[in-house]
Design a protein. Structure first.
Length: 65
């Protein structure tokens, strides 16, 4: 997915995305929340930068791979 499509889906400004990608600034909590709402399977990765993190489903209290 390109930057523009990502921006269109999330409502996050393309310039903001570029700044985050280029390391000029860290994403604020609101940005992470928006992305996590669209792609919840990547929420733990967004916060930890660790691909082996298992997420717990709060509704069933079971781990999700």
């Amino acid at each position: 997915m390109g930057r523009q499509e990502f921006a269109d889906i999330t409502g996050i400004a393309k310039g903001t995305l570029i700044g985050i990608e280029q390391g000029r600034h860290e994403p604020k909590a609101g940005i992470l929340e928006i992305v996590a709402k669209h792609w919840p399977e990547f929420a733990a990765y967004l916060l930890t930068d660790n691909t082996s993190v298992k997420q717990r489903n709060p509704e069933s209290d079971s781990l999700v791979d």
